[in-house]
Structure formats: C-alpha cells, structure tokens
Write a protein that binds this ligand. Sequence first.
Ligand code: AHG
Ligand code: MN
Ligand code: MN
Length: 327
Amino acid sequence: MHAKRTLDEYIIENQNSIPDAAGEFSDLLRHIGIAGKIINRIVNKAGLLDVFGHDGNVNATGDVVQKLDLYANDLMIEYLQNTGVCAGVGSEELEHYVGFEPRHNRQRKYVVVLDPLDGSSNIDVNISVGTIFGIYRRKSAVDDPVDIGDFCQKGEALLAAGYILYGTSTILVYTTGNGVNGFTYDSGIGEFCLSHPMLKIPETGKTYSVNQGYYAQFSSEIRNFIDACANKGHMLRYTGSMVADIHRTLCKGGIFLYPSTAKNPNGKLRLLYECKPLSFVVEQAGGSSFDELGRRIMEIPITELHQKSPILIGSTDLVNEALSRNR
Ligand code: AHG
Ligand code: MN
Ligand code: MN
C-alpha cells in the first residue's frame, strides 16, 4: 500500500500556486484543517458530551442556534486569529464581522468567511454536518482595521474555498482555483490524507436534491423541473445538510436546489457563507451554479453579509435543464 500524501504535505507542495502567498496562505489552510479535526472530535462524541440541543438563541438570519454552532464558530475564529495572517472573520453565526488586532511579526492579509456548522439541526440525530469556508485577500490596507468591503467581494475574488464534511468518514475538500481535491481524515495518524485527487463532477446525473415539502411554494417552472425529474424516475435525496448534499452531488452527479419560496423569496441559503464557496468548488470540478434568474452565483454582487439567494447547483446538464424551464 502506498502512503497517501497528507494535507500539510500537499499544501506545502502547492503553496507557490497562489501568487505572493507562500507560507502565510498555507498556514491559514492548515489551521482550518486543525480546527476541523477538533470539531470532528466533538461531533463524533456529541451524544457523550453536553452539546446536544439549542443554545436558546437565534442567529442573524433567524435560525435556531445549536450549542455546537457556537462551539464550532468560536473554535474556528480562535484558530484563524492565531494564524497571525487572518485579519478578520465573517460568520453565519455572527451579525457583524470580527476584526483582529495586528501582530508584530506577521501581516494580516486575508479574511475568512465561514458557515462553522452547516446542517446543525441534524446533530442531535447523527446525520452528517459540515463546515464551509472561503478565503479572500483583504482590500483594505494591512495596517488598517478590516471593513465591510473586505467581506463583500465578488465570488471571483475567492482565493480558496472548501468544506469539511463530518460524515461516515470526515473529508476536507477544497480548491484554490486549480481543480478540487479531497482529503479523508485518518484518525489513526490524525491527518487528512489525499483520497480524492482532482475531483470531477459528472456532466449529468440521476439524483435531485430539494426540500419537496415546499413544492407548493415553488414557481411553476421549478415545479415543472421537479416533476420532470420524478417522471424520469430520478432519485430524490435530501439530508437537510447542504454540505452533505453537495458532496454527494459532486461525487455522483445530480442537482441541488434551494429555490425561492412564497415564504422566503430569496431562498434560505447565504451567498457569502454557503452559496459562493460551494459554487467555487462545484465550478472548479466542472459543474455549474446559478440563481433562478440564470445569474451565475459567483457573479452576484454582495451588499450585506447575510444576503441570501436561491441556488441551482450541480451537474451542468441538469442545471441547464432546470434553468431552461425558467427562461
Ligand atoms: P445551517 O445549519 O448552517 O443553518 O444550514 C442549513 C441549511 C442547509 O444546510 C440545508 O440545505 C438547508 O438549510 C435546509 O433547509 P430546509 O430545512 O428549509 O430544507
Ligand atoms: Mn448552512
Ligand atoms: Mn450553520
């Protein structure tokens, strides 16, 4: 059996692919990996620790906050601050971004956007959850405090994005714009190891992933597309954890939809923390991601941190078919 490359080895080998980034950017990715291992340890033992259930609050977008949401949020932020190169974090769990004090020997050049725990309502019932991240180079001067413009950047400005899926095995999948690689966690050695090099999404698929319970609230075009999927005998799969549904879609092909509903005209999913980072990954794997009006998710301007958008994402053929019914 050949030794698999660890995430750290891979990051160091590839650190020159990001211009002007070298070791600092590698540090950022490595710290996300370390925080992911710690979240993984807690998620794995969730039933044994006092981490089930609600925190008693709702977050900036009105979701019920789970105890583990806050744990993952605080842990990620602490690790990112400790890198010395991250200038601030925008998180789904925080109404405002946080900025970090400068550190004498390092330049805080980057900002990170996070969904610390995606699908967190699934924790109590042992269904997979995930962490989503995106990394931007800050636009403000390195010695100034971060500002909103550092976070509300074009999707195209993402330097890297990815997710950690705490599933039957734990996998970290990310892109820096040169394809997508997946690293499965080997708990025996405590390392993420390259298991899915250069992931490519199939051009089409036979799986559709949507909350069918909102069917009556969808547009007639989306309902037509869903009917067509069902009439073709395609399989319906929906976990309620976007990371898990996207990972399956990436590996097997298919489409994931969170359309506008009568109750939520902009859908539920947040551009900055969920839609754009996952769109970067899916596009880098050869797939597509648009909103219901046919705007590429990566190009939608962001004006506020918690801005939402409907999303149709996955295998290019299926996304095009869904969009053709909307035109
Ligand atoms: P989060 O737990 O970060 O708030 O995200 C949950 C999201 C996403 O993971 C999932 O696809 C979607 O919410 C499920 O929403 P519905 O229950 O409305 O289908
Ligand atoms: Mn989420
Ligand atoms: Mn979340």
